[in-house]
Design a protein around this ligand. Sequence first.
Ligand code: ARG
Length: 396
Amino acid sequence: MVDKAVVAFSGGLDTTVVVKYLQEEYNLDVVTVTVDVGQNEDYKKIESKARNLNVKNHYNLDCKVEFVKDFVFPSIKANSLYQKKYCLATALTRPLIAKKLAQIAKKENADFIAHGCSGKGNDQVRFDITLQSESDLPIIAPIRDLNLNREKELQFAKKHGIKIEKLAKRFSIDQNLWGRSIEGGMLEDPYNEPEDDLFLWTSTKYFPDEATYLEIEFKEGIPISANNEFREDPVQLIKYINEKAGSHGIGIIDHIEDRIIGIKSREIYENPAATCLIDAHLDIEKMAQTNHEVRFKAMIDDEWTRLVYSGLWDEPLKKNLDMFINSTQRNVTGFVKIKMYKGNLRIVGRKCKNSLYNKNMITYGNDSDFDQRVSSGFIKLWGMQSTEANKLQKNV
Ligand code: ARG
C-alpha cells in the first residue's frame, strides 16, 4: 500500500509543485486541504486544480469566522504590528491552517503532513511548530528538503504542464482577509519602487473626491460595527473596511523585515482594514486606560507580536499575555470616527463609555473644578532629584 500525505494547498506555484513532487519523487498518495481564511479565491477552481493533479481527496474548509474571531481579534487587542509595521496577516493564519491539517491527517489516517514552505522563510517555522504539537506525524517540506528555488519550481511546473498565473510568476503572494503580502521579483532590490499594478486592494491613483467617514464601534477591545452595520458579521465588517479604506489608498506598507531565522527581507503589504482598526483601537485604548496601563501594555503588545510572528502561537507565555491583554480591554468600549481622503487617514473623533478623559479637568474655559495651585508642589517634587543632580554637575 502507498503511504499518504496530507498537504496544505492554495493552488499557487509552491503548493502545486509540492503535490507533484510528493507523488513523483516521494511516491505518495496526496490529500489536499485548502483553508479559506478570506483569500477570496475561486475555491471550485482550486478544487479542480487539485483533482487534475490526481489527488486522492480534497478538502475545502471555510474558516473565515474562526480566523477573524480567534486570530484577528486578539491581534487587534494587542495592536499587533511587527516592527511597528506588519499586521501579521500571514503569520496569524499559519497556526490555524496547521491545526486543520493535523485534524484532516488524523481523519484520513495519513502517514505524513506536508507543506510548501521554503527553508528561508517564517512560515516553515510557524507550520512546523504547530504541527509538532498537534500531531506526531513526520513533516515533509519538499521545497526546503530538496533545496528548490522559484526558477526550478517554474521549470518543474512547465515540464508537468502546470499552469501558473502571471502575477504569481513575478511575485510570491499570500493573501487573506487581514492582508496581502507580496515578495520577490523586482522587489528584491529594496531601492526599487513597487509597480502600481502590484496593488489589488489599494488605489494608488483616482481616489474618490469626497472624504469617507468610518465610525468603528468597539466592545471590550473588539470591533463590532462599522457605520452601524455588520454587527452580526465580523467577516463582512473587515471586508467592508478593506474596500472603503482601500479605495482611498490607505494601508500600503513597504517594510524591511527581520525574519525569524535571521534573514532580512523586503515586504510589501496591503492591509487597509488592519491599518484602520489598529489605529482606531490604539486611540480608544488611550481614552480607557491609565497612563501606566498604556505604557506597560505597549511592551506586552510588542512581546505578544514577536511571539506570534515567531511561530509561538501556543507558547504558554503568549497565553499569559493574552490574559493580561484581555483584562486591559474591559473599558475599551465606544466609538472611533475615522476620516479618509485621498491617501490620508485621520482619526477625527472618539468616545468611550468609561473614559478617563475628563473635560472638566482639561478645559481652558471657566467651568473647571481643577485647582491649578496644586501643580507647583508636584513639580517641585517631580523635578527634585534631577535639579539636584544638575546643580551638582554644574557646581551651581
Ligand atoms: N513576511 C511575512 C511573514 O512572514 C509574509 C510572508 C508572506 N509570504 C509570501 N509568499 N508573500 O509573515
